[in-house]
Design a protein around this ligand. Structure first.
Ligand code: GLU
Length: 418
């Protein structure tokens, strides 16, 4: 399944790029090929020593897709499903995402195919450090800046910083973002993706003439993105009626006590039992009768199979690629407003950018400053996309793609052809 994610992603791109007539506007540049072929795909064998002394071989990747607008940027994912196709798709979406948010980066993504949760702490450290060591000079603060993603947080980012510093002999904090604050991370980075999802939901609901305090919401995925988005939505009076993780889902039509649930879900794992809710099937969550659905887990959650049964009026894509192209069509036909991933979850990379700026200055901002700047970026991005969508009578996804593609094509063309 994961291997064709990239082919599907390209299909999407071509459909959205078509009305832009790029070949005519940028003749002789092979512009479509330029925008849909990664600049560089690095694949390598990663051998990790297990605690019992045996070795485990994993496939590892870093795809540097496009740097026309700035250095490569994007997270690293540790997951059994990771492969080159998925990493390419995620890197592709990263450069579109940085363009929609209008931050001066390109796009990249990395991954290791591993059941990361089954490793011990020492094994995790060896794996992360070895991954960084092998990449060596392929990453750097002005070249390619890795960040958190699925199964990868501050702990791993700190290990990456440490390895790069020892290996390259210079202390450059900006080589990675998503660091702990004690090592030069930005305040607010941990919550940033969820916070960005929250800001776009607020703006989209205004478009729908609704407000959060009379909305019911289902959140698929209780990791960094889903949990933080749920907490913020809950704090302003929205009713989170259902949440799920990769094993279970809980429902309470009166609204879940999100703070209790968070306290009982270390590492984004929901508790095995929870007194204040009914356990429901994970797939049922997606088709509940709610106002807002937030898919915040992995790719391909919303498919042609379940899209016809979705009852939400608004879908906020906290995850990358949660909706298959077939489902995209169905949701558009059904007039369900979808905030596309490359806009909705851009808050994470936006605060990564702020972190990188603070590292370059070695001057750090307050949480309030970070959140205000994040809000400004997300609200501007949302309205730029939504105005184009209204003007051209197209979906938010199509508008976001058009804006991103135009920005990158323009930058690519300005760089000349020699
Ligand atoms: N992995 C996150 C994403 O998919 C964050 C990337 C970053 O901060 O560079 O957007």
């Amino acid at each position: 399944m994961a291997t064709d994610v990239f082919e599907l992603a390209k299909k999407h791109f071509f459909r959205y790029a078509e009305p832009l007539n790029l070949e005519k506007r940028y003749p002789g540049m092979d512009i479509h090929e330029h925008l849909t072929t990664p600049d560089r795909s690095i694949g390598f064998r990663l051998t990790v020593q297990r605690d019992d002394g045996t070795l485990q071989v994993c496939q590892a990747f870093r795809v540097q897709f496009n740097d026309d607008r700035g250095p490569y940027k994007g997270g690293v994912r540790f997951h059994p499903q990771v492969d080159l196709g998925e990493t390419k798709a995620l890197a592709f979406w990263m450069y579109l995402k940085t363009a929609v948010a209008d931050i001066p980066f390109g796009g990249a993504k990395g991954g290791v195919q591993v059941d990361y949760q089954s490793l011990s702490l020492a094994e995790k450290e060896r794996l992360t450090k070895r991954y960084t060591l092998v990449l060596g000079n392929d990453i750097g603060p002005e070249k390619d800046i890795p960040a958190p993603d699925v199964n990868k947080g501050e702990l791993e980012i700190a290990w990456m910083l440490d390895t790069w510093r020892m290996n390259m002999g210079s202390y450059q904090r900006g080589v990675v973002t998503g660091k702990p604050v004690s090592l030069g991370g930005s305040k607010g980075r941990r919550e940033a993706t969820g916070r960005g999802v929250f800001y776009t939901i607020v703006e989209a609901l205004k478009d729908l003439g609704r407000s959060l305090d009379d909305c019911t919401i289902a959140v698929q995925g209780f990791g960094n993105v889903g949990a933080n988005a749920a907490a913020l939505l809950h704090a302003v009076g929205a009713k989170i009626v259902a949440v799920s993780d990769e094993r279970r889902a809980y429902y309470n039509k009166k609204g879940l006590p999100i703070l209790d649930l968070l306290a009982q879900s270390p590492g984004g794992k929901l508790p095995e039992t929870f007194a204040n809710a009914e356990a429901i099937d994970r797939d049922t969550l997606l088709t509940l009768d709610v106002d807002v659905l937030v898919p915040a887990a992995l790719e391909n959650a919303i498919t042609e199979k379940n899209a016809p049964s979705i009852k939400a009026k608004l879908i906020a894509e906290g995850a990358n690629g949660p909706t298959t192209p077939g489902a995209v069509e169905i949701l558009a036909d059904r007039d369900i407003l979808v905030i596309p991933d490359i806009l909705c979850n851009a808050g994470g990379v936006t605060v990564s950018y702020f972190e990188w700026v603070q590292n370059r200055q070695e001057f750090y901002w307050t949480l309030h400053e970070v959140n205000e700047k994040l809000k400004a970026v997300m609200v501007t991005a949302y309205h730029t996309v939504s105005e184009l969508a209204h003007r051209e009578d197209i979906t938010l996804r199509e508008a976001a793609y058009r804006i991103a593609i135009e920005r990158v094509a323009e930058a690519a063309a300005r760089r000349g052809v020699q």
